[in-house]
Design a protein around this ligand. Structure first.
Ligand SMILES: [Zn+2]
Length: 486
């Protein structure tokens, strides 16, 4: 079949202090085949796997834009519109096509746009007409909207957090599109929004069992796909919240019933699946009381992967104040400090000001005498199965604490971001990582204990710290009266 593909993915936080323009995509990944502009960027991205998989399956693939940027604030209006219009224009040129497969994030904002995915899909549908199946793969941290469901034929979210299943979901999306084009199935979507928001790890029960149950449901007759979108809580929009999407083979009654049943189950377990909220003091106390081995504290509120600056200093200040030994922390975004470390050179000891620059949520800078222990121009780590370049990085030591600083904002995914800086994690007792959960995939085998801690920050799961105005109310956990009626 003739398959049109594209990827325009940005997790935008309405509370991020970091603005977003086309330059942030160029830095990470921006492929524009129709303009002959292939910018390699620093990412090798799983988000653009639909094109490669379409070709592997022997389809005639017409590839449009492939654009991914680090999570940050809403995209500059003109830049969002320009990329959207380019994809739509590529589709016009590519018509007629048999099917469309795109990867979108699900939580993308542009200035003046609180539902970029719905906006883009409506534009694609207007060009494609009512009969061409449009398949969309999203990150489970997406806020599903009526415009998305109305304009796409099927929306499939990844099921795992950490997101280890993007490639499997891409295959499922293509399976359903192929069947639809061949006339073997007629996908019909049912969906329910849930009045709840939060961060739900699929590595822990009872969420693990929930994912296994919806995967089993996909094998039942008439069911093509079941997705739980966890939602993206740092959006102050009328769409914010979790959702269930069930795609059936032309059986709306079955889809509606399943969506309601799964929604009720998920809402009932909300207290048990919410990410733990351990305070900074409790985290240090739990770490001190833990058995031998490496204790990892996740600084979840300063997660670059959710749009935070990743330059907050709450943990570093506390580690220094407590005289923490055999410890490491990273990765702290501070391009100025990285430059100073490169100028000083490995082995230099100097007074340095670290972090605490981007907003009040970053805390106040740390002033410390540090020794530069390592410099790296091409630090890299493994993210979602691909090696991804982080770029310039410096390792500093102050007292018993190793600190990894980076020039390009990234969350911690794999241990390489410490080991490539000469830091031996097997010799450490305490490690603080700036990540909410993606670190878990590759760090959990090294850890004797993992603590999810909540300091102040742009990705805090203490939602009372944010000023919501447009959020649909009541919504759990802010409103105790929130209820889901199946
Ligand atoms: Zn996500």
């Amino acid at each position: 079949m003739r398959l049109f593909t594209g990827c325009f993915a940005h997790e935008s936080s309405g509370f991020s202090p970091i603005p977003t323009s086309i330059e942030n995509f160029r830095e990470a990944m921006l492929h524009r085949p129709s303009r002959s502009e292939i910018v390699e960027g620093r990412y090798n991205s799983i988000e653009c796997a639909l094109s490669a998989k379409g070709e592997e399956r022997g389809h005639e693939v017409v590839e449009s834009v492939g654009a991914v940027a680090m999570p940050s604030g809403p995209m500059v209006k003109a830049d969002y519109e320009s990329v959207r219009n380019e994809i739509v224009s590529d589709l016009k040129k590519a018509m007629p096509v048999d099917a469309i497969a795109v990867f979108l994030h699900g939580a993308q904002l542009g200035q003046g746009y609180d539902d970029c995915e719905g906006d883009l899909l409506a534009a694609l549908r207007a060009v494609a007409g009512p009969d061409v199946p449009i398949g969309v793969e999203i990150d489970l941290h997406g806020n599903v909207t009526q415009a998305m469901v109305d304009n796409a034929t099927l929306v499939i979210a990844c099921k795992e957090y950490p997101h280890s299943d993007f490639l499997e979901r891409a295959d499922e999306l293509l399976d359903v599109l192929e069947a639809a084009v061949a006339g073997r199935v007629r996908p019909v979507a049912s969906w329910r929004r849930l009045p709840m928001m939060g961060i739900f790890h699929t590595t822990r029960q009872p969420m693990r069992g929930m994912v296994d149950r919806i995967s089993a449901m996909e094998k039942e007759p008439g069911v093509l796909s079941v997705s739980i979108a966890h939602g993206f809580p740092w959006h102050d929009t009328p769409h914010t919240g979790a959702a269930v999407i069930v795609v059936t083979d032309n059986d709306r009654a079955l889809g509606d019933a399943l969506a309601a049943r799964i929604g009720a189950e998920l809402f009932a377990m909300r207290e048990d699946i919410a990410a733990p909220q351990t305070s900074l003091d409790e985290a240090f106390a739990e770490a001190a009381a833990a058995a031998d081995g490496l204790v990892i504290i996740a600084d979840t509120a300063d997660n670059a992967g959710g749009g935070a600056a990743s330059d907050s200093t709450f943990f570093l200040h506390e580690m220094i104040r407590r005289g923490t030994d055999r410890a490491a922390i990273g990765m702290i975004w501070d391009p100025v400090a990285v430059d100073l470390a490169f100028t000083a050179g490995v082995g230099a000891t100097l007074a340095m000001r670290i972090g605490g620059k981007t907003s009040p949520l970053s805390g106040v800078p740390v002033d410390a005498e540090v020794t530069v222990t390592a410099l790296n121009t091409k630090l890299s780590q493994v993210a979602f199965g691909y090696r991804r370049v982080v770029g310039r990085a410096a390792a500093l030591r102050t007292g018993g604490i190793d600190i990894v600083l980076i020039a390009h904002r990234e969350q911690v995914h794999s241990p390489d971001c410490f080991t490539e800086m000469g830091i031996d994690l097997s010799a450490k007792r305490l490690l603080v990582v700036k990540s909410a959960q993606h670190f878990h995939a590759r760090y959990s085998p090294l850890a004797s204990k993992i603590i999810y801690a909540v300091a102040p920050g742009a990705t805090s799961v203490d939602f009372t710290t944010f000023d919501y105005h447009r959020l649909p109310r009541p919504i759990w956990p802010l409103d105790a009266e929130a209820a889901f009626v199946a």
